[in-house]
Design a protein around this ligand. Sequence first.
Ligand code: SF4
Length: 736
Amino acid sequence: MEAELQSQVAFHLTGRRPASGLEAVDILALRPALLARYRDLTALRYDFPLVLVDGGADGDRVQALSGLVDRLLQNIARGDDAERVTRHVLRLERQLRALLAEGVEGSLSTLWDMAAERLGVREDESLRDSLGRARVALKIDGALVDCDAALPARLVAHAWRAVQDAKAARFRATVGRLIQKLSDILRADFNRSDAGRSAESLKASIGDLHADLFDFDAMSRLLTKAAPETMLSESRRTRIRALLTVLESQRFYAGTGGAGGGESAYSFVYQTCAGALAAYRERLAQLTAVARAMAVAELEIAGEFRESRHAAFFETYGADGLDPADQALFPDYLVCVNVQQLDAAETFTLSEILSAGLPMKVLLQTDDILEESPGGGGHFGFGLRSRQLAHTAIGLNDVYVLQSASSNLFQFRGHLRNGFAYRGPALFSVFSGATGTTGDLPPYLCAAAAMDSRAFPAFAYDPSAGTDWASRFDLQANPDIGLDWPVRSFAYEDETHQRVAEDLAFTPVDFVACDSRYARHFARVPRAGWAANMIPAGECLARDGMGSLENVPCLLMVGRDETLQKVIVDEKLMREARRCREMWHSLQELGGIHNSHAQRLLAQERKAHDERAQAATDTRVTGPGGAPAAAAPATAAPATAAPPTAPEPDADKPSEEAYIETPRCTSCNECTGINDKMFAYNENKQAYIADVSAGTYAQLVEAAESCQVSIIHPGKPRDPNEPNLPELMRRAAAFQ
Ligand code: SF4
């Protein structure tokens, strides 16, 4: 046994596997224990696949198939056969997932029919009835897409198109109205002119059908005598004609009245930043001319254009860049670029686009975040290039930045919409999960593993959401946001067939363990060699050390045959996991979680509070001037009730007592909504614990989990008989 321990420690320290005792790991045959339950994604109901809905309201343009099916069933599965219909429709939903997993592409309606055929709808009457009813109730259609390498670009382009469609509708309405009104002015002017009142012109305006009924010469003489002279000056007429020419020949949107002038509308979707920037520059003069024409047309139609006042102003209109409101009338450019294509020139152009505030939305797709850092040293990049660009963009202050794994994009669709609605550049950095080195682990799981392990956390930075970080920066999509890593329970049967449940942290070690390129960082320990010195990697990382020279970090993995395996992890990978955690800590601070400035301030406040309390005690004991104080009366009147401040827990130790970091409260009403006797607001409308005995420990924990700034610390339970205490304490641990 001693020799086995030695070889495990040697592997952990050096990453070199000894000739015996430890085995190579076939990464593709094993999965980290917490991922093992997701072997067959087609059997699970989760966010994917998605329906990219054709048409419809902006907010409904992307729908999860499972949600759509649920809504269908609510409508059709009623009465005696509800259970049968539900069962059949859910079978079809699963079949749709299976079709996509096989690589079949198409619209929801096409794949629906294909799936129904596969299920044998022709031969089974009751199945035909169930699916037929669901098919009739299915009112929408659109591409059915899975979480794969193509998803980020498809989804982002679809969301972009929804926003541009709405913009186009508004633009067409506005420009159509302007063209109509300007044309009316010219027509009225012509009708008052000699040419307009000529017999030929009058005849042409009536048409051939009734031409014989009128004496157009007499009518012309009458009108010429009775009608006033034309009121339109030549310069105004010329100006209106010029406005019409500009508006009718604009190419930014198709189908605007007579717009387009025979030429097709511009495309705004690009595969390179350089291409988008060149197009933007080339069209800038035309865009300014259209914006100017729209502004002048409004004045002309209202009869408010004054040559002396406005001509000079409009001469230089947009010379220093258009007003954001004017710019917002026009389509935003969409650039879909893969980080692999970002050479130095393209990276520079992207920075130029973002820093210049150009109206461009850039999807930066990353397929591999475990590439080794170009700087050498064998460090993982953890999406180094996209991370750098996202952080640079945040530093620019007025760029909308979103980072997400593709598995989270459906949940982030609101943020996507906000990014497209934002009047300025936006950068969407997305990890697709399509690494190509994770065997049969689908991109969805790979992407989700990257996000959960903090290797690629999700966040959104919205400059339009407010003026401070608390308003602008959103980290909430990440699981167990207050922890270093999410912790999940894993249950298995041991060799004596007893159920064993363990809480396991899902760390970057788990994520790397899915990638066949890094199998060298792991070594499998045969079951006979399992020993107490093998400590779960998450625990080792939490301890920041092994505790003993003989301890080694290990990972629980599950084989295709569902057997549990233990692999030990080398120190190099553990170091990378710690680096990843430091990066996560920086993000947490930006998100206001465990913020070091706030914690320092809190510690100072506590210290000052302690000193004041001590001084007050000293005064009571010794009396003013050092004289012994008279004993307090046994029945002293209670002090005036004042909202208590947080108790004074040691800054480094979890408090036994529940408390709130009141100065950091954002008054969101979450805790007071759970129990307004236990939680109350002070005079600054910041929450404190008014009466800890007014509720349960479960409510304290629930409030801590609901508090968006993680400032409620539930302490230890007061009632040892409260139900579910072990589970509650496990949840509370994240907030102590
Ligand atoms: S949940 Fe948190 S932020 Fe909201 S009122 Fe309570 S303590 Fe304040």
